[in-house]
Ligand binder design. Sequence first.
Ligand code: SF4
Length: 283
Amino acid sequence: MQKRQLRIVKAQHTGFCFGVKRAIKIAEDILKKNKKSCSIGSIIHNPAVVKDLSKRGLRVISDIKDAKGSCLVIRSHGISPRIRQEAKRLSIRMVDATCPFVKRSHDIVTSLKAEGYFIVIAGENNHPEVKALAEAAKGSCVIAAKILDLKKPEIKRRKKIAVVAQTTLSHAEFFKIVSSVLQENSHEYRVFDTICNDVTQRQSEAGLLAKKVDVILVVGGKNSANTKRLCRICKEAGARTYHIEDDREIKHIWFRGKRSVGIVSGASTPQEIVERVVKRLKK
Ligand code: SF4
């Protein structure tokens, strides 16, 4: 009996996004010149890449004091103004690998705060990018992952409210938060769509692909917010979805009786890992 071939469809947008590519290049350039380098938290959310950089000398630290004597490479998600100031005080050399789109969100939040706005940050509480934005807002903000978070008393009776988004949020989630904020009894509102275009493209491609195939493999760090969001989108679109970090996690049983598989990847997933997944599927 002839074996049925599994149709493999790879999304167009895979591999590193611009901001991640840039951050890795900055880190690699520093490593070439200076072995003593570190980042506060992972430079990007992909364990394989972080492990590789750490073998080459980039330490991951959690306390800025541990950066003394090293060059601090600021991660793609950015750091808070407080940590930046502390690094300056300790005379720690810094090289900024913050993604320019994340930097734009920081600048927006800083000027909104100066103009007296109360800021709603639509995003995840524990995400480093969001935490840094909240610190830039100096307490004049609320982080809202869902509409329920807007029920907090701090948001009531604010005269001026502004909304910004975590760069990796989906527009659907963002619009829900925005429409809920607009129901507050405020005098003035400002809304900044700070969602990254690369992320939006990956999300819409994932949603469409998930409707056309039986199984979807979402390739990326288990700690990556944008990869986890791709999983959610694929599941909501009805595809059987598996989140993997590399080809070694693939199981035969996932494809039994299936005709097609789609592959999408998070913004911090190296293209080589995506290609290894394709190769393994072909085998
Ligand atoms: S996903 Fe977008 S915002 Fe995040 S690092 Fe990549 S380019 Fe920058």
